[in-house]
Design a protein around this ligand. Structure first.
Ligand code: COA
Length: 203
């Protein structure tokens, strides 16, 4: 199972990924802004690769540069029971700022909507993670507000920005460019308090 875009190939993680993932995840920025274990050890990468293979759900991908085959990062489209589908991602420090995360997010969202028929895809980031927010906004997500103390990273609960993509309310044609270039932003419901679930009001 793999997904391709203009420059990228998204493929399932393999044992050959353990060493470079371990090295990249020493980056304090990734440990601070994601839910990966901190500190991060080689056994964590082994467990990550084994668990994605065992689950066999093929929703976690290594992002590679197609031209070189070189790995750039990891992206997931999480589908958990009783939760809206959500994306998470990180890109290695040496290849940031080239639009790789944005391209990968657009591709995985298109796959989610068009092939998995998901009604919505959500995104959440620690408040202050401007780079991740820039990626989500460029990919067509819409800000909904701030969730107080919603996600744990490095042992502490953090405030989070949630964005969400459009509801699956219009046909999208594969290969027609980024999601936000297809008029989806205009179809997003306006963010207001009644959009929140009871659980979010209680938070
Ligand atoms: C967030 C992350 C995945 C972005 O990867 P990337 O491949 O560099 O992203 P892109 O190149 O597609 O886009 C980055 C955008 O963020 C912007 N950006 C980068 N740092 C920024 C900052 N500190 N403040 C504001 N915008 C910033 C860039 O300018 C770019 O936008 P532009 O194209 O309009 O100029 C990467 O920085 C990362 O892995 N960070 C650590 C892990 C993480 O935060 N994961 C997301 C958890 S929600």
């Amino acid at each position: 199972m793999s997904l391709t875009s203009a420059r990228l190939t998204l493929r399932v993680p393999e044992e050959c990924d353990i060493d470079w993932i371990t090295a990249e995840l020493q980056d304090p920025e990734i440990q601070r802004n994601t839910t990966v274990p901190s500190p991060y050890a080689r056994r964590d990468a082994e467990q990550f690769v084994a668990s994605t293979r065992e689950r066999g759900d093929n929703t976690t991908f290594v992002v590679t540069i197609t031209a070189t085959g070189g790995p750039a990062g990891v992206i997931s489209l999480h589908q958990r029971p009783k939760h809206a589908p959500s994306i998470g991602y990180w890109i290695g420090k040496s290849v940031r700022g080239q639009g790789i995360a944005t391209e990968a997010v657009i591709r995985i969202c298109r796959w989610g909507f068009e092939d998995l028929d998901l009604p919505i895809i959500t995104w959440m980031a620690r408040v202050g993670n401007d780079a991740s927010r820039a990626v989500a906004l460029k990919a067509g997500f819409q800000m909904e507000g701030i969730l107080r103390l919603r996600v744990t990273s490095q042992g502490r609960l953090r405030d989070c920005w949630p964005d969400r993509s459009s509801l699956k309310s219009s046909p999208r044609t594969p290969g027609r460019g980024p999601l936000h270039a297809q008029g989806r932003a205009g179809m997003l419901p306006p963010p207001h308090a009644t959009d929140l679930t009871d659980e979010e009001h209680d938070a």
